[in-house]
Ligand binder design. Structure first.
Ligand SMILES: Cc1cc2nc3c(=O)[nH]c(=O)nc-3n(C[C@H](O)[C@H](O)[C@H](O)COP(=O)(O)OP(=O)(O)OC[C@H]3O[C@@H](n4cnc5c(N)ncnc54)[C@H](O)[C@@H]3O)c2cc1C
Length: 432
């Protein structure tokens, strides 16, 4: 049983870990330690980004409800002041994801989301003259004026600051904060704490694994969590272009990539919707997809095939930008479950060990509230239906009715040009 002095250790200070720490502290828990390899906002976290989409469009009512609840928080909580923007968005699909979009329209309407409109490509170009592309493959489109984006990294930083003000301790850094292993006692079948990279053992009454895409490298989740790399690229616009493209909505085709209106500094962000896995065997013997980030290997870059597809997708929307150089690229890693429901609940075997992860490419928008649900789970008051949907479900026959992204993922080793790409390009540039 938990009490307010229970010693709680959270591994990972991204969206799930930070929101959980914050909400636990608001409920009066007094001994909370969050471990992360980096200071918040962690430079490797999926949650650390210049923008993430905040929307309620889901076919699954649970997340549509949570989206509506989160939007209210993004709009009204003082800690997020100035970080939330509402240009509206167009949700689209080419083929495989059409049922998701149809389902989202139904669910949103049922829940009273106002202003949804189906648009043809012609109507999109008519309404947003900045969109010049043919929009080929944008086969079903819905405009939702209530959706927007948040400055994600800054939001996590502010929430971590609020948690710290409420007494949460952050333990960060490559040695002190980097958790090397969970202390799992096979005889007593319990988790006793963690060991960090400097060899220090930290004991706790309760450990919450919230390490995002790194979770399945720390704990064998029996294939329930798959780390996937999302390709992201930025283009630097001129001030005049920035002003021009400010009139665009967020445009998200679940199969053909998504595009944000530019930031104030002229950064135009786009991302690819087909993800990459990187299957390895970890030192502890777990075979799983392991994040490969450009923070750890700054010499590497995007695979050539992916960049070509991203440019092809941009050409469908804003052809005049399609050949512009990328000023920044990233492989950003999140972890998917098979049904895209989160994995939040107790470990079935090890006592005192809980999971709060499985963001499944859609977790960030819930930053304001997801920790409240995790805290309810820990206190035993979470709605039983949500408990069931989020529980440990290894070995279950999963039906993928929530899937937004259906494209099969690609394996990094099968792609070309990424290894040492930045060094090659730097050397080449010097010779010119
Ligand atoms: C490119 C991209 C775009 C996305 N767009 C959206 C969007 O528009 N809207 C949306 O709602 N969602 C979006 N998502 C999904 C969302 O970002 C994730 O679901 C969510 O951020 C996951 O949060 P997390 O806390 O589980 O993981 P993370 O944010 O990745 O946090 C994990 C943390 O654990 C730390 N960590 C890892 N290993 C260790 C260790 N061994 N020891 C200590 N610390 C460790 C990391 O440093 C990191 O801080 C997107 C994801 C990606 C990748």
């Amino acid at each position: 049983m938990m009490n307010k002095n229970t010693n709680i250790l959270i591994v990972g200070a991204g969206c799930f870990g930070t929101s959980t720490a914050y909400h636990l502290s608001q409920r009066g828990y007094t001994s909370i330690h969050v471990f992360d390899r980096y200071e918040p906002p962690s430079c490797e976290a999926a949650s650390t980004d210049i923008s993430k989409i905040i929307r309620s469009d889901y076919n699954e009512p649970l997340y549509a409800h949570m989206g509506i609840e989160s939007i209210a928080a993004w709009q009204s909580w003082s800690m997020f002041r100035g970080l939330y923007h509402v240009p509206g968005w167009i949700l689209s699909a080419a083929n495989l994801s059409i049922p998701f979009v149809e389902g989202s329209i139904e669910t949103c309407k049922r829940l009273g989301v106002q202003g949804l409109e189906r648009l043809t490509p012609e109507q999109i170009r008519g309404r947003f003259s900045v969109v010049t592309g043919k929009l080929d493959g944008w086969n079903i489109n819905v405009w939702n004026p209530t959706a927007g984006w948040a400055a994600a990294g800054k939001a996590v930083e502010r929430m971590a600051g609020a948690a710290q003000q409420s007494g949460v301790e952050y333990v960060t850094g490559e040695t002190r904060g980097y958790v090397r292993e969970l202390i799992l006692n096979e005889i007593t079948q319990e988790c006793k704490g963690v060991v960090t990279a400097d060899g220090t053992k930290y004991e706790a009454d309760l450990v919450i694994l919230a390490a995002g895409a790194w979770s399945p490298s720390l704990l064998d989740t029996k294939g329930q969590l798959i780390a996937k790399g999302h390709s992201v690229a930025h283009i630097q616009l001129t001030p005049a272009e920035t002003q021009h493209y400010a009139a665009m909505p967020i445009m998200d085709n679940l199969e053909l990539g998504y595009f944000f209106p530019p930031q104030e500094d002229g950064i135009f962000k786009m991302a690819h919707s087909q993800f990459i896995t990187n299957v390895q065997t970890t030192k502890s013997g777990i075979t799983t997809s392991v994040p490969h980030t450009f923070i750890q290997t700054p010499e590497d870059g995007l695979p050539l095939e992916i960049e070509a597809k991203m440019r092809q997708n941009l050409r469908r929307v804003l052809p005049e930008l399609a050949d512009r150089p990328f000023c920044y690229t990233r492989l950003c890693w999140d972890t998917d479950t098979a049904d895209r429901h989160f994995l939040v609940g107790p470990h079935p075997a090890y006592k005192r060990l809980f999971l709060a992860t499985g963001g499944s490419a859609h977790g960030f928008k819930f930053l304001p509230v997801v920790g409240k649900y995790v805290t309810d789970m820990l206190e035993g008051t979470l709605d039983p239906e949500i408990v069931r949907q989020w529980q440990w479900r290894a070995g279950q026959d999963i039906k993928g009715k929530n899937l937004a992204h259906l494209d099969p993922e690609m394996e990094l080793a099968d792609l070309t040009g990424w290894k040492g790409r930045h060094i090659r390009e730097r050397d080449h540039a010097c010779k010119l």
